[in-house]
Design a protein around this ligand. Structure first.
Ligand SMILES: *[C@@H]1O[C@H](CO)[C@@H](O)[C@H](O)[C@H]1NC(C)=O
Ligand SMILES: *[C@@H]1O[C@H](CO)[C@@H](O)[C@H](O)[C@H]1NC(C)=O
Ligand SMILES: *[C@@H]1O[C@H](CO)[C@@H](O)[C@H](O)[C@H]1NC(C)=O
Ligand SMILES: *[C@@H]1O[C@H](CO)[C@@H](O)[C@H](O)[C@H]1NC(C)=O
Ligand SMILES: [Cu+2]
Length: 359
């Protein structure tokens, strides 16, 4: 806990230092929302522009003030670090979706404002890459126009209870724009924040993806009657068996040994942002089924897994969200509307298509 305290006070310092960046974070009134599209529908040129912007943010220096042998090297790492620091505050809580909505929108803004990217954050509709036998050939994993594929196979440890069922890789990614880089990831595993150079690893589980990312699971999620249920179905429970679409993407790509399967350091894999954009799209699809009510429907524990409110209350619209050095503090209420555009909140984007609830 001493460790956490040290980090928290460095946020205060950092936010004082970077007020100018923060004040530009909010969209201006009258701005038009940018439109997020599915990865495979982007032109070759637009895919290349996105990957180029990702490489740019990976190369920019961090804003987080340096600390002991810090692994927070790049602007990209600023966000990974923020996720690691808040891991136990932002998962299995009522603001899980709101926090990650703001997180992805902040990454999108960084790509645009700091790296000249002109498009919107793409999303990954993984329902299109199921059943299991289609998984590994997803256009998202394309070596030339995507993010590269699986890691080389490494034998697992059958005595490890955290072995993801159906895992098929585990080593360094072998192709694509991030292959062959020995220090691609600087942080982790888990909550370690000292410099630890690692290659980007993936450990596909086509079985896991087929089971939790097919259309049926998205439909089950969309059918939730209120936000409390909706969030529980998205996040699932703590066992593999009880997973939802959130775990489906993390373990379908990251398995046991890939960074995106690590609850703390998962944003180290750039695919994280396409997965979470689609989770956000599922939430927005659900909100749009009854927008009047669902623009303000929020609940769920403030404290991790405290679904019976034994340790704390439920999250409300006033609940604060913070992203360290990368964005201004906002509230859950500020991110309920993705297209508020400064008038009804901090966000200003749309999706080209939403999921429909099938009868
Ligand atoms: C943002 O929130 C964090 C966490 O609650 C806090 O430490 C920080 O001081 C806040 N920043 C500003 C500028 O209010
Ligand atoms: C840096 O290391 C010193 C000595 O181990 C420790 O007291 C201090 O809290 C560390 N600072 C941070 C920001 O981790
Ligand atoms: C959805 O379909 C998959 C693949 O057939 C299956 O494994 C899974 O149990 C189904 N899920 C639901 C919620 O029906
Ligand atoms: C918290 O929200 C849940 C719905 O998600 C509700 O059932 C419960 O009564 C709420 N708890 C409190 C203390 O308001
Ligand atoms: Cu997360």
């Amino acid at each position: 806990m001493q460790f956490l305290k040290g980090i928290r006070s460095s946020w205060v310092l950092a936010t004082l230092l970077y007020t100018s960046i923060l004040t530009s974070a909010h969209p201006q009134h009258g701005q038009k929302p940018i439109v997020r599209k599915e990865w495979r529908t982007l032109s070759k040129h637009d895919k290349a522009s996105y990957i180029k912007a990702v490489k740019c943010i990976l190369a920019k220096p961090a804003l987080t003030p340096a600390f002991n042998n810090t692994g927070v090297i790049s602007r990209y790492d600023d966000l990974v670090y923020t996720h690691i620091q808040q891991t136990f505050d932002i998962h299995y809580t009522g603001h899980f979706l709101a926090w990650h909505r703001y997180y992805v929108a902040t990454y999108e803004r960084m790509l645009r404002d700091e790296c000249g990217y002109k498009g919107a954050q793409p999303y990954w509709d993984w329902t299109l890459d199921t059943p299991a036998d289609k998984w590994a050939s997803s256009p998202v994993f394309d070596p030339v126009t995507g993010f590269g594929g699986n890691g080389a196979f490494v034998a697992g440890d059958p005595s490890n209870p955290f072995e993801v069922p159906g895992r098929t890789g585990g080593g360094c990614v072998q192709d694509g724009p991030f292959a062959g880089i020995a220090d691609f990831v600087h942080l982790g595993p888990m909550n370690s924040v000292t410099y630890n150079p690692q290659c980007l690893k993936r450990d596909f589980s086509p079985y896991f993806a087929g089971r939790y990312l097919a259309k049926n699971q998205t439909q089950l999620t969309l059918a939730a009657p209120d936000f409390g249920w909706f969030d529980k179905i998205v996040e699932g429970g703590p066992s593999f068996e009880a997973s939802g679409i959130h775990g489906g993407g993390h373990y379908g790509v990251g398995g046991t040994y890939g960074q995106i399967g690590d609850l703390y350091v998962s944003p180290a894999d750039p695919i994280f942002y396409l997965h979470h954009a689609n989770l956000d799209r599922v939430w927005w699809s659900w909100q749009k089924l009854n927008l009047k009510t669902r623009l303000t429907d929020i609940s769920g524990p403030i404290i991790l897994m405290d679904y019976d409110n034994l340790k704390g209350g439920n999250v409300t619209l006033e609940f604060p969200l913070s992203l360290g050095v990368s964005a201004a503090n906002v509230t859950v209420g500020d991110v309920m509307n993705i297209a508020g555009c400064g008038k009804n909140g901090a966000l200003c984007y749309e999706y080209d298509k939403v999921y429909k609830l099938q009868a």
